[in-house]
Design a protein around this ligand. Structure first.
Ligand code: SF4
Ligand code: SF4
Ligand code: SF4
Length: 177
């Protein structure tokens, strides 16, 4: 099993419903976020376009945050989801420094926090909160090892990219382009 998310940059309107849903679902403290929306100009003049992306931890297959964690707090569970075990985290910040995507933050309670792929919902057969509220249905979450999953099917049909491939982290968030 390999959980992944595909996000359609042609359908995302940048409404930030995903950000609000995540903050409520995961009780993310005010002033912090597990996901965020970026706007980037892509193309070359005069064919320029604004690409809007909902971003979060990439649940990298080759995760530097897991490798550098001195206590094992940062770890990978079945399906490739990268998690932080709060009571093992000593707040050294090594994982924050190692992440090329700036996907982690210090939680005011003293540990490092980030996107969990909403594993508590996924274990119940539900989509992550951000996916479930998207008004344009531009996010697909599922098992890339299952050829019949919606995410496998959409990725067969569309071109896609990952962010910062040069970092060698093997991200599992794919942007449909
Ligand atoms: Fe770790 Fe950052 Fe990759 Fe998430 S995006 S798995 S925090 S390196
Ligand atoms: Fe591990 Fe916590 Fe240090 Fe991050 S801050 S490397 S999760 S102990
Ligand atoms: Fe937040 Fe869950 Fe979406 Fe991750 S998968 S950004 S934790 S709502």
């Amino acid at each position: 099993m390999r959980y992944a998310m595909a996000i359609d940059t042609l359908k995302c309107v940048g409404c930030s419903d995903c950000v609000v849903a995540c903050q409520i679902e995961n009780e993310v403290p005010i002033g912090f976020c597990r996901d965020w929306v970026t706007e980037t100009v892509v193309g070359s003049y005069p064919d320029l376009e604004m690409e809007i992306r909902s971003e979060r931890c990439n649940h990298c297959s080759n995760a530097p945050c897991v490798r550098c964690c001195p206590t094992g707090a940062s770890h990978i569970v079945e399906g490739g989801i990268v998690l932080v075990q709060e009571n093992k985290c000593i707040g050294c910040g090594a994982c924050i420094e190692s992440c090329p995507y700036d996907a982690r933050y210090f939680h005011p309670k003293g540990y490092v926090d980030k996107c969990t792929f909403c594993i508590h919902r996924v274990e119940k057969g539900q989509d992550p909160a951000c996916v479930s509220v998207c008004p344009t249905k531009c996010m697909y979450f599922g098992d890339l090892d299952d050829p019949s999953s919606a995410i496998s099917k959409i990725m067969k049909k569309r071109n896609y990219k990952v962010l910062a491939p040069e970092a060698g982290t093997q991200p599992n968030i794919f942007y449909l382009i």
